[in-house]
Design a protein around this ligand. Structure first.
Ligand code: LLP
Length: 433
């Protein structure tokens, strides 16, 4: 039963997060309920910022990859902590702008941005557009010209690094829909083409090798490949690039045995690699961007469910059903992801059996945790699933017309609703008879 160090158990044996008793939170807001610890999010953000200050003389910026958990409150937090943000759609951009986020600190991604999304970004004055495919730069150039601006772009490349993570979240290799590969010459060819447009300015290159990565070396190796490519571009095209975006992908602890890369060490190694290559080749040390999503919010969130039906199938397995499921956390059904949980109302009870925690959706694969070590659960218990802060709410659906749960932010014993629970009327609001 994993419990993060920053959480506590009170004298009633209840799990406490951000100074709030999880059983009381359930009584106040109902279940299922996403709970996010604001102090943990802020300290994760500061760890990146401080490491860039310490190892790279502050010559960089951490961008929160908001796809991990996009809501107005998060853009406010990122702004207060001095971070930029990465958005990947008109919807994320709209949310950031509505939250009052500084457009100059927004980086806009996407392998198939629509004309309208590009126009929206340019009109809003977004800081950097990441060009990801053929045809896009023509649109950016034309829209920029029509609006009388020069748009700052970065070009996404595939460094050809194997990130040793799940195939669906691995993005640095040639057989991937994002960006232009370095190894077959398409990146250099595209950059040469991009240099011919008058209404764009190429600030640098972007790469992102994948997500939930525990190994240190792929990140360092990526920085090396990228910098060697910068050296080549300078020599072959006379192009000096002042910025480098290294993406995100830092793994977090979901279950015992997960060993996240400490960001400090990572940023130190990457910084050294970049500086060494720059000084050996007489090129300028670029301003760097890092784009963590999961490692900012992932371990700061939990989901609280109420235990319902329990089905003990002799010699097969015991199913413990909860009142949510793949609609609020589709990561098991998508990636076979592992999670751990604790009985929040009996957090001191000893784990006695292995059970399968399943949801209430009409689908056999609707599992949250395939093998979960728990005390003997009873109907009515509160189950807290750990590390659900990233890619849970943001990937939730209304499958089976289940309303999405609310999100509560906790800090110092205070709780604040930051996303309301959906109602049945929300569910039918776009239906027409
Ligand atoms: N930058 C780019 C360009 C990305 O594509 C991503 C994630 C990130 C940054 C942030 O990566 P992170 O630090 O969060 O690993 N739904 C999947 C994860 C998909 C990640 C997509 N891109 C999951 O639930 O594991």
């Amino acid at each position: 039963m994993l419990k993060h160090d920053y959480m506590e158990i009170n004298s009633q044996g209840h799990l406490v997060i951000g100074g709030c008793d999880t059983v009381e939170l359930c009584a106040a807001y109902g279940t299922p309920l996403y709970v996010m610890d604001e102090d943990r999010i802020r300290s994760n953000m500061r760890a990146y910022k401080n490491s860039i200050d310490k190892f790279y003389s502050g010559h960089g910026r951490c961008l929160y990859a908001s796809k991990a958990f996009s809501t107005m409150y998060m853009y406010r937090l990122a702004g207060e902590e001095g971070l930029g943000v990465d958005v990947v759609s008109g919807g994320e951009l709209y949310t950031a702008l509505k939250a009052g986020f500084d457009p100059a600190k927004i980086v806009f991604h996407g392998n198939n941005k629509s004309y309208d999304e590009i126009e929206m970004a340019i009109k809003a004055g977004v800081g950097r557009l990441i060009v990801d495919g053929d045809g896009e730069i023509e649109k950016i150039d034309a829209i920029s010209k029509a609006n009388g601006v020069v748009t700052n772009i970065m070009i996404r490349v595939k460094p050809g690094v194997d990130a040793h993570t799940h195939e669906f979240i691995s993005t640095g290799h040639i057989d991937c829909k994002f960006g232009f590969a370095i190894e077959n010459g398409e990146a250099a060819k595209f950059i040469r083409h991009a240099m011919t447009f008058e209404n764009v300015r190429i600030c640098g290159l972007h790469c992102h090798i994948g997500s939930q990565i525990f190994l240190f070396e792929p990140f360092r190796h990526t920085a090396e490949i990228m910098m060697n490519f910068y050296v080549r571009l300078k020599a072959e095209l006379g192009l000096s690039l002042a910025e480098l975006n290294l993406g995100g992908g830092f793994g977090i602890k979901y279950v015992e045995g997960d060993t996240p890369v400490p960001f400090e060490g990572y940023i130190e190694a990457v910084s050294d690699t970049i500086k060494d290559i720059c000084s050996a080749n007489g090129i300028e040390v670029p301003f760097i961007y890092m784009e963590p999503g999961r490692s900012i919010v992932g371990d700061a969130g939990i989901t609280l469910y109420k235990v319902g039906t329990i089905k003990d199938i002799a010699n097969v397995r015991k199913f413990v059903s909860v009142d949510g499921g793949m609609a609020d956390n589709p990561r098991y059904i998508l990636y076979g992801s592992e999670y751990d949980a604790i009985l929040a109302n009996r957090a001191c009870d000893e784990a006695k059996e292995y059970v399968t925690v399943c949801g209430k959706c009409c689908e056999s694969g609707d599992i949250i945790i395939d093998r979960c070590h728990l005390p003997k659960a009873r109907s009515g218990d509160i189950l807290a699933v750990m590390s659900t802060g990233a890619y849970n709410y943001s990937m939730a659906s209304n499958y089976n017309r289940i309303p999405r749960p609310p999100v509560v932010m906790v800090s110092n014993g205070q709780h604040k609703l930051i996303i309301k629970r959906e109602t049945y009327d929300d569910i039918i609001k776009n239906d027409l008879l």
